[in-house]
Ligand binder design. Structure first.
Ligand code: A3P
Length: 309
């Protein structure tokens, strides 16, 4: 078996038993919706012991997590493509709040990983296990404008049977604005992490900047990780982490995930990878309503987003 087939077979054997129509429920922690399985594991997640040399990749869902994971891995592996193909990207970096018994939880996967560890979370700052702050870990946060995040999340919920069905777009639009989606309010998430950068070792990146000038942003990440990239290596990383290349990379595009979990015929995981797709979804009235609500929720923050390139 090739390593790719091996990884895919492993994915298949990890597939949970699902009723065809049923999707797992969401629970709530301090007013934030999270998978019920995550809520069940909550005390253990909160007790998670971070190490000072941990790097935590933090994002709101659909902000470009997979993209930054691939960039970080390529930097850490010094551009060695074979090493970056060792496992699907979502298996290379334990997802600390992830739980789907009887599979090993994110915490268990992280505990089994030799240091230095690169981990992933979608948690808002107030729900992060305290040891990450106590150990003064490095954080890499990627933010994406709310409108594109909403659109991307909607399509993701359509195709991913492990999260609630999004329902029709107008209904989803309201749920997202109210923060009634997994991992809670987009507004609270970005504001919380934006503030955290003032007091912690945190590099705050924007998806839109990464699209506009990937070379500059990758250099920025490398500097933060204490790595020096020569021009050839930098070009190589830019190329291999571009949307078109990642879309065809089976270790990044989730094609190894079984159809019972992700149905990519409904919407591919690597869907469009653009800035401004919200314009193909938002009606004029929705856009006005969104902007009005956004202004209120983001009042007092100096955080600004680019909504189109
Ligand atoms: P779209 O649905 O808008 O296409 P996450 O990894 O956090 O789930 O985010 C997924 C989103 O990031 C998807 O957005 C996906 O297409 C996009 N994405 C993934 N890799 C990318 C890349 N290399 N360049 C640009 N966008 C990328």
């Amino acid at each position: 078996m090739t390593s790719l087939q091996d990884a895919m077979a492993k994915e298949q054997s990890n597939a949970p038993m699902l009723e065809t129509e049923g999707r797992p429920a969401l629970g709530e922690v301090d007013g934030v919706l999270l998978a019920q399985a995550t809520c069940n594991e909550w005390p253990r997640i909160q007790r998670f012991q971070a190490r000072p040399d941990d790097l935590l990749i933090c994002t709101y869902p659909k902000a470009g997590t997979t993209w930054i994971q691939e960039i970080v891995d390529m930097i850490q592996q010094e551009g060695d493509l074979e090493k970056c193909q060792r496992a699907p990207v979502h298996r290379r970096h334990p997802f600390i709040e992830w739980a789907r018994p009887p599979q090993p939880s994110g915490v268990e996967q992280a505990e089994a990983m030799p240091p230095p560890r690169t981990l992933k979370t979608h948690l808002p700052v107030q729900l992060l296990p305290p040891s990450f702050w106590e150990q003064r870990c490095k954080f890499l946060y990627v933010a994406r404008n709310a409108k594109d995040c909403m659109v991307s999340y909607y399509h993701f919920q359509r195709m991913n049977k492990m999260v609630p069905d999004p329902g029709p777009w107008p209904e989803y639009f309201e749920k997202f604005m109210a923060g009634k989606v997994g991992w809670g309010s987009w507004h609270a998430h970005v504001k919380g992490w934006w503030k955290a950068k003032d007091t912690h070792r945190l590099l705050f990146l924007f998806y839109e900047d990464m699209k506009q000038d990937p070379k500059r942003e990758i250099e920025n990440v490398a500097r933060f990780l204490g790595k020096n990239l020569d021009q050839a290596l930098l070009e190589k990383i830019v190329y291999h982490t571009s949307f078109d290349v990642m879309k065809d990379n089976p270790m990044a595009n989730r094609t190894g995930v079984p159809l019972s979990v992700m149905d990519q015929s409904i919407s591919p995981f690597m869907r469009k990878g653009t800035v401004g797709d919200w314009k193909n979804h938002f009606t004029v009235a929705q856009n006005e309503r969104f902007d009005e609500d956004y202004e209120k929720k983001m009042a007092g923050s100096n955080l600004t987003f680019c909504m189109e390139l």
